[in-house]
Design a protein around this ligand. Sequence first.
Ligand code: ASP
Length: 303
Amino acid sequence: MVSFIVHGGAWDIPDELVDAHRQGVARAMQIGWDILSHGGSGVDAVEKAINYLEDDPTFDAGRGSFVNAAGEIELDASIMNGTTFRCGAVAAVQNIRYPISLARLVMDKSEHVLLAGKGAVQFGAENGVQQCSSNDLLVGRELERWKDLLAQKNYSTKDAFQKKKSLPSDTVGCVALDAAGILVAGTSTGGTPNKYPGRVGDSPMIGCGTYADSAIGGVSCTGWGEAIIKVVLAKTIVGLLEVNGGDTQAAADEGIYRLEKKVEGFGGVIVLNSQGIPAFSYNTPRMARAYRTTAMSDACIDV
Ligand code: ASP
């Protein structure tokens, strides 16, 4: 049994952007599925599917990411192997085209879990990852958004998430169960629009935006990072799965319920259990997602 689930953010995705989101998660799904269904590793499936989404400017990850308050693009990502418990993460890295690959390098080649800022970039350079230019990451849509937000006095991410519930939240993530029974989760993001320089969200924090334990389940989250961190959402859901007999839908729904109830948070989650049973849950108007298991003849894709 192999299984794969992908998300491309949870928010009030406008009608005119639905197709681009659908196509993006469908393509990422296909990339991950091709690897898994040919006996490839979950780590490869997660990394390569996320690389595709990091290239697709539709999403807030890699190219197309939000711009911070200083006019820079700072990226966060993490990946975790649920069998070895090895994990790697990078936070607030600049000029990195594929942050999930740098996170994988931290997992594979360093003795650390999380490297931030210049140190992460230096570690990448020492291992053959060169910096890209800002123009490789910046798209016109985000430059315009940044200018608009700068012009708005008293703009607050918290208000945007809580009052309007429409803040773009286009982070990407995947969870894979490979033929060896290894669960792998990964997440990559540009964070939130106009974030304070150095701000780090849930995505690179193991247990918050990403978690995997092959004996129980794997999770990737998206949404308002400051709230997701407070309820340690990914690990909370894995903890729920551990005691509910592996019911992925119940654990995903309870996780989102706690996110909203305890910290007024908004977002979405994707989950696989140790058997590869998928589920997703969100309390935003829409969430881009796709999933497939060996038991399915085709992927289920929706926004
Ligand atoms: N969770 C991400 C963050 O707060 C944003 C997102 O999901 O789009 O950095």
